[in-house]
Write a protein that binds this ligand. Structure first.
Ligand SMILES: C[S@@+](CC[C@H](N)C(=O)[O-])C[C@H]1O[C@@H](n2cnc3c(N)ncnc32)[C@H](O)[C@@H]1O
Length: 174
């Protein structure tokens, strides 16, 4: 039975939200990969639980030679797939636990991409340094201020760059 009487709501600052978010994903990383890793693959770009793949959808456009930022990459299967398509991907995630899975998959597949531990709200990248940014369910649903996240992605994209993301539509849970 749900016991809502013990739930309280209060505003938290950036630092506390980041700490809680990272702690949760670090704790959940092994379970997340055990549950979803097979479906996501090691070198594959799956946009959503419905199984739409970038190989079919081509939402990112031409990838050859493009600098691509994968936001909230988790185990970074998508970034590894992008590397096999001639792109220059960088994968980042807030969680060291998730990035450990990315490093392990790099060893098992031999496909290596730069892995960075960073918060999507404070990207350690120069202005206009990527042609494309993308994420399948990474970071956006987990930050307090998604508008600030969009502004950071905008900052690191070159003018005219492309930003494609998937998140759960609320209707999914009904
Ligand atoms: C649902 S998982 C998706 C991971 C991956 N994109 C995939 O398709 O499996 C969400 C990811 O977002 C990351 N994340 C959450 N908040 C973040 C933040 N503020 N900055 C960067 N990554 C974040 C989590 O650590 C986690 O790896």
């Amino acid at each position: 039975m749900d016991d809502d009487s013990r739930v309280t709501r209060r505003r938290v600052g950036d630092a506390e939200a980041r700490r809680a978010n990272r702690g949760w994903w670090d704790a959940d990383a092994d379970d997340y990969q055990a549950e979803h890793g097979g479906f996501l693959g090691d070198v594959d770009f799956v946009w959503c639980p419905e199984g739409l793949r970038e190989a079919d959808a081509r939402l990112l456009g031409d990838l050859s030679g493009r600098r691509v930022l994968e936001v909230g990459a988790g185990a970074a299967a998508a970034a590894r797939w992008l590397a096999t398509q001639g792109a220059w991907p960088v994968a980042f995630d807030l969680s060291a636990g998730m990035l450990r899975h990315a490093a392990k998959a790099a060893d098992t597949t031999g496909v290596r991409v730069p892995l960075v531990q960073a918060d999507a709200l404070a990207l350690p990248f120069a202005d206009r340094s990527f042609d494309i940014a993308c994420t399948a369910f990474g970071a956006i649903p987990f930050v307090d201020d998604s508008a600030a996240l969009l502004a950071e992605v905008h900052r690191v994209l070159r003018p005219g760059g492309r930003w494609v993301f998937s998140v759960t539509h609320p209707i999914e849970w009904i």
